[in-house]
Design a protein around this ligand. Structure first.
Ligand code: R5P
Length: 328
């Protein structure tokens, strides 16, 4: 089969939480975005209608399961069901941000493992594969009994960091909690920087308490690396404490800009001078209050290249050969 014939079989669709990213991926792939629409009925039900032939096609549906999480999960499931019933040959769920990932274990009695439940639902709906990015915990891949390609946004961050490294001078990479130390350490090695760790305790979904900084930050530019900024409690508390320990400046970088609840207020009043995130989930105009400090990098080319490789049965691991792997 010629490349043109094979590309003709490739279809990329998007749910409402993946539209802009999917369009940018399609631009990279030089194919049109698949025609489809999602309708919201007055009683709150969703309906997805795919408006082109997908019989025998290799279909990808891009949808982050970000806020509103339950509606976005449901839309993804309905999309997959729709494509399956329309006789798509293979369906890959492209989930740049996988919600519920932080509910990945029973850390006390009588709690669910909702990340596993969502993985079961995606599989039961009819997905054949999953393509995702910087899962909160890499072992979530194992919650799926179908192939999972787990990408890291590190190549995108490193390109930006390398361009700014000289400007930052004496640099220390800070992990805002112990969970992210492995990744922070690799960034530190890669950037020729020191490493420090914050001693963080989570009090609730909204509040964190930071006590000590393990490592030396005095007089240095701090580059804080995390996977998610949600209520921004973690990064803002960590920023406060490193400034108390004498840091010169704080920059933070995180793949997924969930930014809910008090996040904007916290970031606006925090000492963080630059917030570097990616476009794994839609943010609309919510960034307005922090626009002057925000750098939003795109992972569209990385995901587009992964889609190209999956479609052509080529290895995706070469896209992972960056200097940094995925979290934990
Ligand atoms: C925690 O383990 C994660 O890596 C993030 O630090 C955390 O989920 C961020 O949440 P928030 O912004 O609400 O503190």
């Amino acid at each position: 089969m010629s490349k043109a014939d094979s590309d003709h079989l490739l279809k990329v669709f998007a749910g409402r939480a993946g539209l802009d990213l999917a369009q940018a991926m399609c631009d990279r792939l030089e194919i049109p975005l698949g025609q489809a629409r999602t309708e919201l009925f007055p009683d709150g039900e969703l309906m997805v209608k795919v408006e082109e032939d997908v019989r025998g096609r290799d279909c990808f549906v891009v949808q982050s399961t970000s806020h509103p999480v339950n509606a976005n999960v449901m839309e993804l499931l309905i999309y997959i069901d729709c494509l399956r019933r329309a006789s798509a040959k293979r369906i890959t769920a492209v989930i740049p941000y996988f919600g519920y990932a932080r509910q990945d274990r029973k850390d006390e009695g009588r709690v669910p493992i909702t990340a596993k439940l969502v993985a079961n639902l995606i599989t039961a709906a009819g997905a054949d594969r999953v393509l995702c990015m910087d899962l909160h915990a890499a072992q979530i891949q194992g919650f799926f009994d179908i192939p999972v390609d787990h990408l890291s946004a590190a190549p995108v961050f490193l390109e930006y960091f390398d361009d700014h490294r000289d400007m930052w001078g004496n640099l220390v990479v800070v992990s805002p909690d112990v969970g992210n130390v492995k990744v922070a350490n690799k960034y530190a090695d890669s950037l020729g920087a020191d490493l420090a760790i914050i001693d963080k305790r989570r009090e609730s979904g909204m509040e964190v308490v930071t006590r000590n900084v393990i490592g030396d930050v005095e007089g240095k530019t701090v580059l804080m690396i995390d996977d998610i900024i949600s209520t921004a409690g973690t990064v803002c508390e960590a920023a406060k404490v490193v400034m108390e320990y004498g840091a010169k400046d704080v920059i933070c970088a995180a793949t997924h800009s969930v930014l809910v609840g008090p996040a904007m207020e916290r970031l606006t009043t925090s000492p963080i001078s630059s917030i570097i995130v990616t476009d794994t989930l839609p943010n609309g105009d919510r960034f307005q209050p922090i626009q002057d400090r925000l750098v939003r990098l795109t992972v569209a080319n990385l995901l587009g290249d992964a889609v190209h490789r999956i479609h052509h049965d080529q290895s995706v691991s070469s896209l992972l050969q960056a200097r940094i792997g995925t979290k934990r």
